[in-house]
Design a protein around this ligand. Structure first.
Ligand SMILES: Nc1ncnc2c1ncn2[C@@H]1O[C@H](COP(=O)(O)OP(=O)(O)OP(=O)(O)O)[C@@H](O)[C@H]1O
Length: 276
């Protein structure tokens, strides 16, 4: 799916009237099948950007187009259909606690199911092998029939991500997918996500606090700060200086070892910035 944001401003309905908009005059184009990581300090507007792309928050000004269509000009039914082709993985996946993992994962397919199959799948999982496959790619095959409330936070987060592999979506919007994962699992998870999106030809936009993971796995990096785009660059051009500027006064949020691509010739040791 192709994304176009044109001079787009957006804010949350519950925000104070004196607060500046969470997104200010964003201009961004993402080609179908592209993979983009959005980084920036807390409060930069990363989640809000995903909410706008997921058509859950309308722009106040400017224009959003998904595959050339302006979602907020569509009929309610057409908007619903369009939403069925988007997959949003929020920071905390909304998994019903008493549900079995298999049912929770297969729920990702609901947008493509008829009413009867949707109801039936809540009681009799329709495609258990596919659920196992998706979970197994996140190293969770043994949790297939476990209840959601018996999983750890990191396991729940990976179940939420496994849903992407089953969703009938052309756009994956993944909000801070690694917050509950240790570094090894985080790298595996992001690898599975990027491969899964590539295999399906889906566009992938992920917000990430782990800058090193973003630079290692995503070809394009968008830096946000104070609701605006700070930069939009190939990963190889995101230097330590740019990151220092992006995270100025928020240095404690910069996580991971960030190699400086501008000094590759001198082959320096990676510089550890800070860990939260
Ligand atoms: N539901 C809400 N109601 C009112 N204001 C909100 C709401 N959600 C976010 N905001 C405000 O919008 C701005 C951007 O928040 P957003 O969650 O998009 O940032 P973020 O970059 O995703 O932060 P984090 O990295 O901490 O998740 C912040 O100033 C925040 O206070």
């Amino acid at each position: 799916m192709k994304l176009e944001l044109d001079d787009l401003t957006a804010g949350h309905p519950a925000a104070r009237s004196t607060a500046q908009p969470a997104l200010r005059r964003i201009a961004l184009q993402v080609a179908a099948g592209e993979q983009v990581a959005v980084i920036g300090p807390s409060g930069a507007g990363k989640t809000t950007l995903l909410q706008v792309l997921a058509c859950s928050l309308p722009p106040r000004q400017g224009r959003l187009r998904l595959d050339g269509q302006e979602p907020w000009r569509l009929s309610r039914r057409a908007l619903q259909r369009l939403r069925g082709t988007l997959f949003l993985a929020p920071q905390v996946p909304p998994l019903p606690p008493r549900q079995r993992v298999v049912t929770a994962v297969l729920a990702a397919r609901l947008p493509a199911m008829g009413l009867w199959d949707s109801i039936r799948s809540l009681f009799y999982p329709i495609d258990i092998p596919a659920a196992f496959d998706a979970l197994d790619r996140f190293d969770l095959g043994d949790k297939l029939f476990e209840r959601v409330d018996r999983l750890s936070g990191g396991e729940r987060q990976r179940v939420g991500l496994a849903r992407a592999l089953l969703a009938p979506a052309r756009l994956w919007l993944v909000d801070e997918p690694l917050s509950a994962l240790d570094p090894t699992r985080a790298r595996q998870a992001v690898q599975t996500l990027t491969e899964g999106a590539r295999d399906r030809g889906a566009t992938l936009v992920a917000t990430l606090h782990q800058v090193d993971v973003a630079l290692a796995h995503f070809p394009r990096i968008v830096g946000m700060r104070d609701g605006a785009l700070a930069f939009d660059l190939p990963a190889g051009e995101v230097t330590r200086e740019r990151l220092a500027h992006l995270y100025a006064q928020h240095e404690h949020e910069l996580r991971g070892e960030v190699p400086d691509p501008s000094h590759h010739a001198a082959a320096p040791a990676p510089v550890t910035l800070h860990c939260r």
